[in-house]
Design a protein around this ligand. Structure first.
Ligand SMILES: [Zn+2]
Length: 232
């Protein structure tokens, strides 16, 4: 009998393939999950399987409490972090984690990525936020759940769909979106913003952030209620 999760697994598989394709990770680094809102399950990359050997059937289906519903492999070790975000935020159906070089560089330097230019403002209207560094107790408690909690804490006054990305201090980026495809797009965009900001700061360490009016203009024309970017 065909799996009721076939479509979800296929979609999550395709999104995972974008990680090496966009140069966001080597070997088995990184993972993407996709949520089926009606069934209350996600499909996520299995732990430690290389992308070129990954098949759609290898994806692991897990319910929102973390119980395996389908699949013979172990789910990504970051699964619990993905689940914290899905449980907390309505409207998110894709989560991506990578150790892409430039975004991870900023995460390791523990610096939010400054909003230096309009490319950044086209996607989010603030610096890419960074979580606090995890306490020793939290590391010991339940590391992956606590990673999710660090992100939620960082977003206590933010709208996740307006700022669909974060740097986890000392670790690397997480991104998300209304769809898994949007989540992986945000991961690729974040890496590019991180790279541009690195070049900007290298050329001129005192580079100023983009003025507010330009940030608003660029963000609103793509995301505001009177958005006019692209084709209708
Ligand atoms: Zn990681």
């Amino acid at each position: 009998m065909a799996s009721p999760y076939q479509e979800l697994k296929q979609r999550a598989w395709a999104a995972n393939q974008e990680i090496p394709k966009r140069g966001l990770a080597i070997y088995t680094f990184g993972n993407v999950s996709a949520l089926d809102v009606e069934r209350g399950v996600i499909a996520i990359k299995p732990s430690g399987v290389e992308y070129d050997r990954l098949k759609a059937d290898d994806l692991v289906v897990v319910d929102l409490s973390g119980k395996i519903v389908e699949g013979s492999l172990r789910p990504s070790s970051d699964t619990a972090t993905h689940l914290v975000l899905y449980r907390a935020w309505k409207g998110i159906t894709g989560v991506v984690h990578t150790h892409s070089t430039y975004a991870t560089g900023w995460a390791q330097a523990r610096i939010p990525i400054p909003i230096y230019g309009t490319t950044h403002a086209d996607h989010l209207a603030e610096d890419v936020p960074i979580t606090a560094l995890m306490s020793d107790e939290a590391v010991e408690r339940d590391y992956e759940v606590e990673t999710g909690n660090q992100i939620l804490e960082c977003f206590s006054k933010r709208e996740p769909l307006h700022t669909p990305m974060v740097l986890v201090a000392g670790h690397g980026p997480f991104t998300w979106g209304e769809t898994p495809e949007k989540a992986i797009y945000n991961a690729a965009v974040l890496e590019e913003l991180a790279r541009m900001a690195f070049v900007t700061r290298t050329l001129e360490p005192a580079s100023a952030r983009l003025p507010d009016r330009l940030i608003r203009k660029h963000f609103e024309r793509k995301h505001g209620k009177n958005a006019y970017y692209g084709q209708k």
